[in-house]
Design a protein around this ligand. Sequence first.
Ligand SMILES: NC(=O)c1ccc[n+]([C@@H]2O[C@H](COP(=O)([O-])OP(=O)(O)OC[C@H]3O[C@@H](n4cnc5c(N)ncnc54)[C@H](O)[C@@H]3O)[C@@H](O)[C@H]2O)c1
Ligand SMILES: O=C(O)C(=O)C[C@@H](O)[C@H](O)[C@H](O)COP(=O)(O)O
Ligand SMILES: [Zn+2]
Length: 358
Amino acid sequence: MEKLFVQTSTHPYFIYTEEDIRFSITELLPKNYSSYFIITDDVVAKLYLDDCLQNFSQDQQVAHSIIPHGEQTKSVDTYYQLLTDALSYGLDRQSLIIALGGGVVGDIAGFVAATFMRGVDYIQMPTTILAHDSSVGGKVAINHELGKNLIGSFYPPKAVIYDTATLTTLAAREVRSGYAELMKEALIRDESFFHDLLGTSLAALTNDQLVSHLQSGMAIKAEIVEADERESGIRKHLNLGHTLGHALEAELGYGKLTHGEAVAIGMLFALRVSEKLFSINLPYDELYNWLEQNHYPLTLKRLNPDLLLRKMKSDKKSVHNKVHMVLVKQIGQIQDVEVPDQDLALLLDTFLRELVIE
Ligand SMILES: NC(=O)c1ccc[n+]([C@@H]2O[C@H](COP(=O)([O-])OP(=O)(O)OC[C@H]3O[C@@H](n4cnc5c(N)ncnc54)[C@H](O)[C@@H]3O)[C@@H](O)[C@H]2O)c1
Ligand SMILES: O=C(O)C(=O)C[C@@H](O)[C@H](O)[C@H](O)COP(=O)(O)O
Ligand SMILES: [Zn+2]
């Protein structure tokens, strides 16, 4: 079993990664809890809920709630429903919440844990490639119509239990989505990882490749969140591609693009802006070609740039209503830069012309 340690301001935790580890949850928990509340979505429930329930004996109190799959579920309504469920199941402060699913389940279940009775323990059981990122670091949130993850908290889990066997059932689109965040981690920290990914065909991905990429990605993520848990400095680097990415997700309607697809377009934009503002050349074409060869959607319907800009300003990195973008000086060298409105409008307009179809 692979074990990665993460220190936080409140407690340390481990990320356990292994095939079929979903059958050994209770051995990895820090203590016995008064009750267990599994939160999952309808797709994951059909595949893996029974396997998780098998971990518990008859005399343990275990409840579960199944939420609809997809980004639209990361809403205040679902959040409220989950709190109601937790209350009606009789959860108390010694209960454990188990987030079984992708980033949507992880983010909303984590936010329920952060706020139920002012905070109860929870663990992450990621089941998507993308959730190698979302399950680590304790950012938990729900969306607002006006922007992504605008209601949330920093609330680290007590453990991350990552069963890589569950990734075999992912749709190709979700594999792509997860690889966008791996590409992001490579761009911000590790040039050889970046070239390794550029040489990877997602259609021909082997299990060994996947596991090695996940280990590299999680090591980068863990190192950054340990150094800057609450995003006052270098954690912003993990937001590469997200300023435009999140704006696209909200403006197009949650779930139209997957998070990773939106971040992929956002990373291309961040590279273009970096090239212009720093007068340098970056591997834009290499990234674009890799995304195209792996069938990422790289065209967009016509969007109102003013509305998109407004959404970019609702990003949590904005200060005094000015957009801040995470930019690339060279692979592994990242800078958070305030981009003046006029420059941004011009750069966005040019960029969108390359991508927009009628
Ligand atoms: N907290 C963070 O640090 C952080 C980091 C990155 C992304 N996120 C958030 O994560 C979310 C995206 O996460 P995601 O891409 O995992 O999306 P998701 O949770 O919606 O999962 C994608 C789809 O795959 C299905 N699925 C999940 N596991 C499966 C499996 N093993 N087999 C088959 N189908 C499976 C789900 O039902 C869903 O339909 C976004 O809301 C994003 O904002 C958060
Ligand atoms: O962990 C982080 O920090 C990240 O930025 C990881 C991102 O991949 C993730 O999408 C995160 O939720 C975005 O954070 P936000 O603060 O912009 O909502
Ligand atoms: Zn992300």
